[in-house]
Design a protein. Structure first.
Lengths: 232, 570
């Protein structure tokens, strides 16, 4: 894969992305659409987790990041919606809600009890809950429509089909204490992912490209301090 | 690592004596970090000990070079459980295209480390991609991608001399010290390579940068094989190979610029472990009693002094530092020769003497040598390098704001030493260049782009966090604070991480006009095991790795004292 000087990604078919490439590219993309560095780190880390578990859809990421791009106050709106009890009508960023979830630690259930949230792309909440359940050895269930994801300590299992799991539309979710009934999944962690839709990845690259600083006569003047001739 | 473990590590006890680890605010300054030297727990030293301990076997199953030395070579390193192969591609390069900078698109040689023994199909696939470096793709069968340029003057000189049956000029060899100079050694998932998360489970590669260190070691073998081959092809009847002593003097050069600097700030847990290992080693050594003259230490002081006196650089400041270091090592030698050894004293007293009488470079060189002579006491610390960064990723949002403020004021007191209202303290900003796709340093008051600044100015962002926390209710939770202040999420993560990782922050202002990026680079390179620091500006430098190290065929009979060789070793 090349990145040309105008930022266009030239992609070969069957490109495999490493977990580090996914993490760092998504982090940059999140920053590129205006998220803070701390939230961007959460986005990158979540994308890595999803890729490792074989359920990363780049198109879902693009939908959420595009929403952040088009609605620059979405982080603030989502934050308020996390705290108010009338959040059902307000669409929440999964990265803001997910970060809040892990920040709450063991208090999650006490704070979230009897509450529902309207979230874009609920699959993006899964890595946060997984991390939380593993750290605090909690048993949790994340529900939406026809799908239920169980978290038992470090293991995750799903009751529902993949189409429902990967839905990237606004959807109402709830989090409860529940025991798993479905089988554990996935059995083997992946070490990267094969890129199936180059356009989505190009979009991630374009978002990330906005974090770069164009060259100027001043930057060339100060430069990297390198010599002009490396023949020695 | 738990907080209890961290606290236990703050003091080291051996033989009934206890020595404290040096405090972070003392050693984590740019000035101190930029004065550190390699030591026996540097990464390439770990690799060398493992290769010897496990009796790794090396071979060169492929050597398809033309008479000019252009073609393909494969070197295999066979460990007890796993085999890795360096695949080298050597090609002609127009001098106009020879640049060490990241904008380069062609190099004298390019390399990859393959997991296993490559098939012809693998070599064909890699021949298309590896010479293109960033413009190509490799697979998770590959662990490292690297490239190197020749020191043409050195390479041509050695070929000229060997081909007519002569050894190269010793002075020139001493001055340059290498035939090839790497300009990047990429691992950890770059360009599609296997992630470290995976390679750390491979035999022999668990420690820090071990795959990269193996690549550089094998590049050294390749560079010497290549120069001898080209000489032999030129005049088969007259050519000779390098003498053993001469061969040992060649290391691998490395050209390092700003791209490497942000790593130390972006990976606080890793930085903490590196420093913790070295400081724990030092504390262990300082608590040891000394009741007799240590002749090995004296020999190392002498050989190190000789090495430093031979280092050449055009950099005025480095030249001066080298001179002061030579004087320091002389002073140290006199001190050790005249010191009265009794059963009552510890190395700690000698170290305290060094703090009063030697420069920072001199003190840090003494530390490297003290660690060097105490292998059995410190070598098992290499297991402490292991760190999982994800362990410190999660924020505990249940902390009260009052506790956050207290932790910040206690652990980041150094950040209050800078007046950020002064233009000089905010003079720089770090960014990724659109043109180079690499981290660069900008002048904030003269260049555009600071709104795209990388989050590396920790002292400044911590101060901003302090202001924001002070405006919040002290009984409120951090989780609630972060909902309203997501801009501080990055700093809060660092602050909590720092609670149990005291060496995770560089206690200095990275944005200051007086900051010298090469201090960061030198620190990192010293941990790799690099020597011969040759700054080319305040933003990049050249170094040498593996100089004097035993070659693969010598490993079995070698000892572990090659880094500071006495005359017996060269």
């Amino acid at each position: 894969m090349d990145v040309s000087n105008n930022g266009t990604y030239l992609i070969n078919l069957m490109v495999r992305l490493s977990l580090n490439e996914i993490d760092s590219s998504v982090k940059k993309a999140a920053r590129g659409v205006g998220m803070t560095w701390g939230l961007a780190e959460e986005a990158g880390n979540s994308a890595r987790w999803l890729a490792q578990h074989g359920i990363l859809e780049i198109s879902t990421l693009v939908s959420v990041l595009s929403m952040h791009d088009n609605k620059r106050d979405w982080v603030g709106i989502s934050a308020n919606a996390c705290l108010t009890n009338t959040s059902n009508a307000c669409l929440i960023s999964p990265f803001v809600l997910g970060s809040f979830i892990t920040d709450l630690g063991r208090d999650l259930i006490a704070v979230f009890s009897q509450r529902e949230f309207r979230v874009l792309a609920p699959i993006l909440i899964v890595p946060f809950l997984s991390r939380l359940a593993q750290t605090y050895e909690l048993t949790l269930a994340l529900d939406w429509q026809f799908c239920r994801v169980f978290f038992v300590g470090g293991s995750v299992s799903v009751d529902g089909d993949k189409r429902d799991l990967l839905i990237s539309e606004p959807i109402v979710i709830s989090i409860t204490v529940a025991k798993a009934t479905a089988s554990s999944w996935p059995t083997k962690l992946r070490s990267g992912m094969i890129l199936t839709n180059e356009n989505d990845w190009i979009k991630i690259g374009e978002f990330g490209y906005r974090t770069y600083v164009p060259a100027s006569s001043k930057s060339r003047q100060f430069g990297a301090g390198a010599g002009t001739d490396d023949n020695d | 690592m738990s907080k209890d473990q961290a606290l236990n590590l703050s003091r080291v006890s051996l033989n009934g004596s206890t020595v404290s680890l040096r405090p972070p605010e003392k050693i984590m300054t740019l000035e101190r970090l930029g004065g550190i030297f390699p030591h026996r727990l540097s990464f390439l030293r770990l690799l060398m000990r493992r290769l010897k301990r496990e009796n790794w076997q090396f071979s060169r199953p492929v050597w398809r070079m033309n008479a000019d030395g252009y073609g393909i070579a494969v070197y295999t390193a066979e460990g007890p459980e796993q085999t890795y192969s360096l695949i080298a591609f050597s090609n002609a390069l127009d001098p106009e295209n020879r640049t060490d900078r990241v904008i380069a698109t062609a190099w004298d040689a390019s390399f990859t480390l393959y997991n296993g023994i490559p098939s012809e199909d693998d070599i064909t696939r890699l021949e298309i991609n590896v010479p293109r470096q960033e413009a190509g793709r490799i697979s998770e069968r590959e662990l490292v991608l690297s490239r190197a340029n020749k020191s043409v003057r050195m390479f041509d000189h050695v070929v000229d001399r060997l081909s007519v049956g002569l050894q190269p000029d010793e002075d020139l060899v001493r001055r340059v010290g290498y035939l090839f100079r790497t300009t990047a050694v990429y691992g950890s998932g770059k360009m599609g390579a296997a992630d470290y998360q995976k390679t750390r489970t491979y035999h022999g590669l668990k420690g820090p940068f071990q795959a990269e260190m193996l690549v550089v070691y094998l590049i050294r073998e390749f560079s010497l094989d290549l120069v001898e081959f080209v000489a032999a092809m030129r005049m088969p009847s007259k050519a000779v190979v390098l003498s053993h002593a001469m061969r040992r003097q060649f290391g691998v050069g490395n050209s390092t610029g700003l791209g490497m600097a942000p790593y130390l700030i972006n990976h606080p847990s890793i930085l903490n472990q590196w420093v913790l290992v070295r400081e724990t080693a030092l504390a262990r050594v300082l608590s040891l009693p000394i009741d007799h003259q240590n002749y090995q230490l004296l020999a190392f002081v002498s050989s190190f002094r000789q090495m430093v006196s031979q280092w050449q650089t055009d950099d005025v400041e480095q030249t001066s530092r080298n001179r002061v270091l030579c004087d320091d090592l002389e002073k140290l030698s006199v001190f050790l020769n005249t010191w009265e050894f009794t059963s009552m004293i510890q190395w700690n007293e000698a170290y305290e003497w060094s703090e009063c009488h030697l420069s920072i470079d001199g003190q840090e060189a003494f530390i490297s040598l003290l660690i060097e002579i105490n292998g059995p006491t410190v070598d098992n610390l290499e297991t402490l390098y292991e760190v999982n960064e994800l362990d410190s990723f999660m924020i505990n949002g249940l902390w009260r704001i009052g506790d956050m403020v207290a932790a910040l004021e206690s652990n980041y007191a150094w950040a209050f030493n800078f007046n950020f209202d002064k233009p000089d303290e905010m003079a720089r900003f770090w960014y990724v260049s659109e043109e180079k796709l690499e981290p660069r340093l900008g002048e904030r008051w003269q260049e555009e782009g600071s709104e795209r600044e990388l989050p590396l100015g920790i002292a400044h962002s911590i101060r901003e966090l302090h202001t924001a926390l002070s405006d919040f209710n002290t009984d409120d939770t951090l989780a609630r604070f972060l909902l309203f202040h997501p801009e501080h999420r990055h700093s809060c993560r660092r602050l909590q991480l720092h609670q149990t990782r005291p060496y995770s922050e560089i206690c200095d202002n990275i944005l200051s006009a007086r900051m010298r990026p090469i201090d960061l680079l030198r620190f990192k390179l010293a941990f790799f095991g690099a020597l011969r620091f040759d700054p080319r500006s305040d933003r990049w430098l050249r170094v040498s790795l593996y100089q004097n190290a035993p070659f693969a065929r010598e490993l079995r009979e070698s000892d572990d004292t090659w880094m500071f060789p006495t005359t017996a070793h060269i």
